[in-house]
Ligand binder design. Structure first.
Ligand code: NIG
Ligand code: FE
Length: 454
C-alpha cells in the first residue's frame, strides 16, 4: 500500500490529533460512489494479514483537526507523519481493542421530527388494512400531521434529541431529516428550524429536506380540486417561505398513486430547484408511479424506496448511471419489512444494471419506527440480497453521495471528515450478522470522541 499523508500539523494552536490503534480491521470504503461489482468493494485492511492488531504493520487511522490524514500500517504511518512534521506526541491514542473501524454510518432518509406514535396501525395492518387505505381514511401520515401541528418547537426538539441519541448509539454520524408532518408553512418551517438547530448542536450532522408534498392536508381534502390547490400552495407559498428561511437543502415529494402524481411532483421539484433546492423523491414505494423515471429525467440526487419501480423506471436509472449522471437508489428495507410486504426493492437488479444503491432507515412513526442503520443493513442482506460488504457501502459512501456529501463524509480517506465508529466485532461483516445487538463501542465525529461505551 502506498501511504499518503495529508500535510499539516505544524501550528502550535492545533488541537491534538487522534490515532486509532489496535483494530482487527479498518474498512475505509474509499474510492468514490460505488456501482455494479464495485459496490462489493469495501477496501478492508486486516490486522490478521499484518500479524495481529498490535503488530507494527497493523492498520491504524490518523486524524488531525477533525479530518482524516491517513490510514495505513502503523509503523509506516508513524514514520511518514513525523517526516511530514506532525509531532507524534500530539496524537491522542484510541485503542480499538481488536474491534473494527468503519466510516460513521450515514442515514440518507429519515423523517426525524414528528409528534405522537402509531402503534394502532400495526394492528390494523395485521387485520388486513393497507397503508394507503389507512391514509385515505384520514389516519396514517394525517394522524401524525395533527399531532405535529399541535407540538411546540421545544417538544419536537426533545423528541429529535432522543432519537438522535438512539441513532448515534447505532453508529450513525450524519443524517438527512425531512419535514413533512406540518403541511402548512408555519409547521413546516418549525420542523426545518428544529432540524437545523439539532444538527448545529451535534454531534450528528443533519441535512434538512422540505417535504411539503408528503400528503394532501385535511383542509384541502374536502375540496374537489384539493390536491391541485395544495400543489399550488406548495409552489406559491410554502417554497418561497422555505427558501427565505434558508434551512432546507433538498426538496422531496411523495410521488405515488394516492399521493402526488409524477406531473405534480415534477412541477414541485422544478419550482424548488428554481429556489436552489436539490431534488430527491419518494419513488414507487408501493406501486409503479413514474417516480424512478422522473428522478432520472430531472437529475434528482436520489430516488428512494423503489420497492415497485416499472421496467422503464429501472432502465431510466440505468441509463442515467451509464451517462455519468447517476441517481442513487436509496432503498429502505426496514419499511417493506415493517409494512409486512413480501415484495422488496429489486436491489440485485439495480446493482447488475450499474445503479448505485444506498440504504436508509426511513425512520418515521408509520412505516419504519427504527433508527438503527445496522438493522436496515441486516434486512438489506436478508430481504434484498445485498452482501454484508454491499450493505456497508450502501450505508456509508453511497449514502453520503445520496445526500450530496460524497466528497466530505462516507469513507476513511485523507481530507475527509474524521467520522468513524469502532465496533465491538472483529470484522464489519459481523455488523449485519448480529441483529439488534449493541455493537457500537466508540463513535468519533469530526475527530472528537462523542460516544464511548468503554
Ligand atoms: O417513507 N411514504 C411516505 N412517507 C413515509 C411514511 C410516512 C408515514 O407513514 O408517516 C415513508 O414510508
Ligand atoms: Fe420516507
Amino acid at each position: 500500500m502506498t501511504l499518503r499523508v495529508i500535510p499539516g500539523g505544524r501550528g502550535e494552536a492545533a488541537p491534538p490529533g487522534l490515532l486509532v490503534v489496535g483494530a482487527a480491521e479498518v474498512v475505509t470504503v474509499g474510492g468514490g460512489l460505488r456501482a455494479g461489482a464495485d459496490q462489493n468493494e469495501v477496501a478492508r485492511l486486516s490486522a490478521a494479514d499484518a500479524g495481529g492488531p498490535d503488530a507494527a504493520s497493523a492498520p491504524v487511522v490518523a486524524a488531525w483537526e477533525g479530518r482524516i490524514i491517513a490510514v495505513g500500517p502503523r509503523s509506516d504511518l508513524e514514520k511518514v507523519l513525523e517526516s511530514e512534521g506532525y509531532s507524534l506526541g500530539r496524537f491522542a491514542r484510541l485503542d480499538a481493542r481488536g474491534g473494527t473501524v468503519t466510516p460513521g454510518l450515514v442515514d440518507p432518509h429519515t423523517h426525524l421530527l414528528f409528534a405522537g406514535s402509531r402503534e394502532d396501525e400495526l394492528e390494523l395492518r395485521q387485520r388486513g388494512a393497507g397503508y394507503m387505505e389507512i391514509l385515505a381514511a384520514g389516519g396514517g401520515i394525517l394522524s401524525t400531521v395533527a399531532a405535529t401541528r399541535a407540538a411546540s418547537a421545544e417538544a419536537l426538539h426533545a423528541h429529535g434529541r432522543r432519537w438522535l441519541d438512539e441513532m448515534l448509539g447505532h453508529g450513525t454520524t450524519t443524517i438527512e431529516a425531512k419535514s413533512g408532518y406540518g403541511l402548512d408553512l408555519a409547521t413546516e418551517l418549525r420542523l426545518l428550524a428544529v432540524a437545523h438547530e439539532l444538527g448545529k448542536a451535534g454531534p450528528i450532522e443533519i441535512v434538512p429536506t422540505f417535504l411539503g408534498a408528503h400528503a394532501v392536508p385535511p383542509e384541502y381534502r374536502s375540496r374537489p380540486d384539493g390536491a391541485e390547490a395544495y400543489v399550488r400552495s406548495i409552489i406559491d407559498e410554502q417554497l418561497p417561505g422555505v427558501a427565505a428561511q434558508g434551512r432546507a437543502r433538498f426538496c422531496d415529494v411523495f410521488c405515488e398513486e394516492g399521493a402526488f402524481t409524477s406531473d405534480q411532483s415534477r412541477r414541485i421539484l422544478l419550482a424548488a430547484s428554481g429556489f436552489g433546492l436539490l431534488s430527491r423523491l419518494h419513488a414507487d414505494e408501493l406501486v409503479p408511479s413514474g417516480g424512478a423515471e422522473l428522478a432520472a429525467e430531472i437529475g434528482a440526487l436520489s430516488a428512494d424506496h423503489l420497492a415497485a419501480p416499472s421496467e422503464a423506471g429501472i432502465t431510466a436509472l440505468a441509463e442515467a448511471a451509464a451517462e455519468g449522471r447517476a441517481v442513487v437508489a436509496t432503498l429502505l428495507p426496514a419499511t417493506t419489512w415493517f409494512l409486512m410486504k413480501n415484495h422488496h426493492a429489486p436491489a440485485r437488479r439495480f446493482i447488475e444494471r450499474g445503479i448505485p444503491v444506498a440504504i436508509g432507515t426511513d425512520f418515521n412513526p408509520g412505516t419504519s419506527p427504527t433508527a438503527s442503520m445496522p438493522l436496515a443493513m441486516t434486512i438489506a442482506c436478508l430481504s434484498l440480497g445485498l452482501t454484508p460488504d454491499e450493505a456497508l457501502v450502501a450505508a456509508t459512501i453511497n449514502a453520503a453521495y445520496a445526500i450530496g456529501l460524497g466528497d466530505e463524509i462516507g469513507s476513511l480517506e485523507g481530507g475527509k471528515a474524521a467520522d468513524f465508529v469502532i465496533w465491538n466485532v472483529p470484522t464489519s461483516r459481523q455488523i449485519p450478522y448480529w441483529p439488534a445487538a449493541d455493537l457500537v463501542r466508540t463513535v468519533v465525529k469530526r475527530g472528537r470522541v462523542v460516544l464511548d461505551r468503554g
